[in-house]
Design a protein around this ligand. Structure first.
Ligand code: ZN
Length: 306
């Protein structure tokens, strides 16, 4: 049984009114017509996912930390990684100081900007961040763009991992032209000591994500999200089938568990933990491999004892 396996959720977000302000500070503004279309899509998503309301609460960072720590306790989660969605993620920086041994934050930079590598280094060394999150489809850059190479080089020197969201995404402003994980191949090849994580196993670009595993040993995947993308494949997959393929190609040392929990109204997505645990049981994954997937792999990338 897996009940006693120590769990680290490798993919969560903090969403509050403050973090929303930080996001709006850099996201390109939407015209009224586009904003209305974005609103309709969000409503549809909330209806389909049965999320009461995605409106972020007005709580301060310390109150949000107390709430998430209680949620993690309720689900038996030992630690969690929260990924920033905006540069200068000051709210998230304050949030993790509530429990630095359990809450880990990844920062966010625009890698093509001059000085981005120095900003990253300051966020890691002074800000206490433990990794970097990049969102190519929202930031609208190809990750193989060599203007981003100084950031990759600095991350490699600092020994921190980078999480990328490729594939489909909720945000209406996204642009799928930047969403193909194949863009990551050159980066993985040119920075072999840099640990790269493809969130949601490529969120639809499953085949492309598997190709990366074949080519480069430094590419990892996380299992987070509700798996909506599995419906859009040429042949839809079940969670169990997807995990079987990931285990076959990546192996447990390159797979890390996550839920993408983020909305206060939804709370911790315990059902995703349950579903993944059950799928691993059904696949008869040995306990040592389950330990790595459910926490050990991310702990290794974070260089924390586990
Ligand atoms: Zn996410």
């Amino acid at each position: 049984m897996t009940a006693d396996v120590k769990i680290l959720d490798g993919h969560m977000h903090l969403l509050t009114a403050e973090t929303e302000r930080e996001e709006l500070a850099w996201l390109p503004p939407m015209s009224p017509a586009v904003a209305a279309a974005a609103g309709r899509r969000r409503e549809r998503y909330e209806r389909e996912q049965a999320i009461p309301s995605a409106a972020p609460g007005g709580e301060a960072a310390d109150a949000a930390a107390a709430r998430w720590l209680a949620e993690l306790d309720r689900s038996g989660i030992a630690a969690a990684v929260f990924l920033a969605l905006a540069p200068k993620p000051e709210t998230l920086r304050r949030f993790v100081t509530a429990a630095p041994e359990r809450l880990f934050a990844f920062t966010f930079v625009h890698p093509w900007e001059p000085g981005a590598a120095a900003t990253l280094e300051a966020d890691i060394r002074q800000g206490g961040f433990r990794g970097l999150k990049l969102y190519p489809s929202i930031q609208r850059f190809h990750v193989h763009d060599e203007r981003a190479y100084p950031v990759y080089g600095r991350a490699e020197a600092l020994g921190i991992p980078i999480v990328f969201h490729f594939g489909v995404t909720l945000d209406y402003r996204s642009d799928l032209r930047y969403s193909n994980p194949l863009d990551l191949h050159a980066v993985a090849r040119d920075f072999p000591a840099l640990n790269l994580i493809v969130a949601h196993a490529g969120a639809g670009f499953f085949r492309e994500t598997l190709f990366l595993a074949y080519h480069c040993a430094n590419v990892h995947v996380d299992t987070s999200g509700s798996g909506t993308w599995m419906r859009y494949l040429q042949r839809p997959l079940t969670l169990q089938e997807a995990l079987r393929r990931l285990l076959d190609v990546f192996g447990p040392d390159r797979i890390l568990f996550g839920t993408d929990s983020r909305h206060a109204s939804e709370g911790y997505r315990h059902w995703l933990l349950q579903a993944q645990r059950e799928a691993l049981e059904a696949l008869e994954v040995p306990e040592e491999a389950r330990r790595r997937i459910l926490g050990g792999t991310m702990a290794r990338l974070l260089k924390i004892p586990w």
